[in-house]
Design a protein. Structure first.
Lengths: 201, 360
């Protein structure tokens, strides 16, 4: 129990520290790396709650794919740090207001929840043979199958929209037709002409 | 075996609290696997040079030790003794941490790989996802190295690598969706169990297109020839590790080879039955025939075969052009995997093949 509590507070502290680092670090690439650390720590917290599927998928999707694209974009852009800093002070009141609203909502939620169920001092261990992936699948494909399919369609739509928005055909671009290149045979390219040897006069 | 251990050692062991016992056993297991992987990596550099040498009618390394077998150690000592130069305009912290970021996931993924029927460090339910997540984290080392160096060549290498790995990651993930459908589980031990019964039951047979996609994407993920545009020594000098020297370079090298061994092991596990023997179904050999027993030797033989294929590819093919790599990943592999997953679900529905159990 005490070991779990120590682990929990350790992960939580590092996570909060990393989240602050995302906002306050001067270098955008450092910010992204702090965000990666935040994701890792929240994955660790989920692992402690025995939600292994969610934890690993968080790392796989956010750290493995989304943040790589983030880094990709941020490295390509020349970010003007001074301008960003000025933006930070200008938008600070708005950000603080949003943060306060979120905190109030969270506290209210925790308070409401603590009314009807008793608060546990630690994570409740699941029964033996519990499989997070199986449990999640059983709920997702039965009770919430409608919402699941709607989400899938929306994502498909987003993919199609992104491709149509960014696709452009530039005229005059020299591209190879690869299947044509592969299918080429020697007889299409050279013609062997038979002719008699000429006599020297 | 137990008689060889003196009684007081056994007493001391059983007097320890179970947590300490568990930690000791796991630590020894981890050490065992790590040292094994690092030795395999060391000798695969020797193996590679010998294979490519013989393919190009050369002898390869033959000076250090008998048959040149001491060559890997000579190389390691040379690299350890060299000076690590950190460029003045680089981002010092990220420059140093980048090689570690590329090595750690490559080694951590071995935690869920079963070596034989009983030996595995962590037998977790979502083992397949864990492997996929860790192999995708490895790209950070390459990207950060390229950026932190503050050199245009290194940066180009990092950009190429990032785009390439994101592209092939998807094809790889889809290929593994097929594997988990056939195996009916995310646990790697269960996936190997599902392939028991000799080579005709391996997932290679029903999932052949997925095997090809997985293997080629694996070569692309490890940035090996013919997909080594991230290094591309003839175009962008050495890509992301152009400014690395000494130990820092050695760690990148180690990470690349550890990733190759990992991909070989994973291909063996997902499509070639892992530690299972290919002759398990040959009942005429007798009940306890050694050939029919699954063991680590089979896994090792399969890993060696795939390592050989890596070197074979490198000696055979010229480097892919960048736009062709992207075309292959996005326009060929992803459609192929999606179609084969659909074919597989039809197979499951018609009750043929390994995934027939899913229909019920």
């Amino acid at each position: 129990m005490i070991f779990e509590a120590i682990l929990f507070y350790m992960f939580a502290t590092v996570m909060i520290g990393a989240a602050l680092g995302v906002v306050f670090s001067r270098n955008p690439v450092h910010s992204v790396m702090f965000l990666v650390l935040t994701f890792f720590q929240s994955a660790c917290l989920w692992l402690m709650a025995e939600a292994e599927f969610l934890a690993i998928v968080l790392v796989l999707v956010y750290v493995g794919a989304v943040m790589v694209l983030f880094l990709f974009v941020i490295m390509m852009l020349e970010v003007n740090v001074e301008a960003v800093k000025r933006g930070l002070t200008r938008y600070a009141p708005l950000a603080i207001a949003f943060a306060l609203v979120l905190v109030v909502e969270l506290i209210q939620l925790i308070w409401l929840r603590s009314q009807d169920i008793q608060v546990w001092s630690s994570f409740i261990p699941n029964p033996e043979g519990y499989n997070n992936t199986e449990a999640l699948g059983a709920v997702l494909y039965t009770e919430h199958v409608y919402a699941f399919e709607i989400a899938a369609v929306i994502l498909l739509l987003a993919i199609v929209a992104a491709i149509t928005l960014t696709m452009r055909k530039r005229p005059g671009l020299k591209v190879q037709n690869i299947s044509k290149q592969v299918a080429v045979r020697a007889k299409d390219r050279i013609r062997i002409v038979k002719m008699d040897a000429e006599k020297k006069s | 075996m137990m008689d060889l251990i003196p009684q007081f050692v056994i007493d001391l062991w059983s007097s320890l609290p179970p947590t300490i016992q568990y930690l000791t056993i796991v630590t020894w297991k981890i050490l065992f696997v790590m040292i094994g992987v690092i030795l395999v990596v060391a000798f695969s550099t020797y193996f590679e040079r010998k294979v490519i040498g013989s393919m190009q009618s050369r002898v390869g390394p033959n000076r250090v030790g008998p048959l040149g077998l001491g060559q890997p150690f000579a190389d390691v000592i040379k690299l350890l003794c060299k000076e690590v130069i950190i460029p003045a305009q680089s981002n010092r912290f990220l420059f140093i941490i980048a090689p570690l970021l590329s090595l750690t996931p490559a080694l951590a993924a071995w935690a869920v790989i079963p070596m034989n029927a009983t030996f595995v460090i962590a037998d977790i339910n979502a083992g397949l996802l864990y492997v996929l997540a860790l192999t995708s984290v490895g790209v950070y080392g390459v990207i950060l190295a390229g950026w932190a160096t503050n050199s245009k060549y290194a940066f180009l290498g990092a950009m190429r690598s990032a785009a390439q790995i994101v592209a092939y990651e998807i094809a790889m993930g889809f290929a593994l969706v097929g594997v988990l459908m056939a195996g009916g589980s995310l646990n790697i031990g269960d996936i190997i169990e599902a392939q028991s019964g000799g080579f005709s039951n391996w997932f290679l047979v029903p999932l052949f297109p997925l095997f090809l996609v997985y293997w080629i994407s694996g070569v692309a993920e490890t940035n090996r020839a013919p997909f080594d545009v991230a290094e591309g020594e003839s175009e962008i000098v050495a890509g992301y590790h152009v400014e690395y020297s000494g130990v820092a370079f050695a760690i990148f090298f180690l990470a690349e080879y550890a990733n190759m061994v990992l991909i070989s092991a994973l291909t063996a596990i997902f499509f070639f039955g892992g530690w299972a023997s290919p002759f398990e179904g040959w009942t005429f050999l007798g009940e306890d025939a050694l050939l029919r027993q699954g063991s680590f030797v089979w896994l090792f033989a399969k890993i060696c075969f795939f390592m050989y294929t890596f070197f074979w590819l490198r000696a055979t093919f010229p480097r892919y052009r960048y736009d062709q790599i992207m075309r292959l990943g996005w326009k060929v592999f992803i459609p192929v995997t999606i179609i084969w997953i659909a074919v597989e679900s039809v197979m499951a529905w018609m009750q043929v093949g390994p995934s027939s159990g899913l229909a019920g």
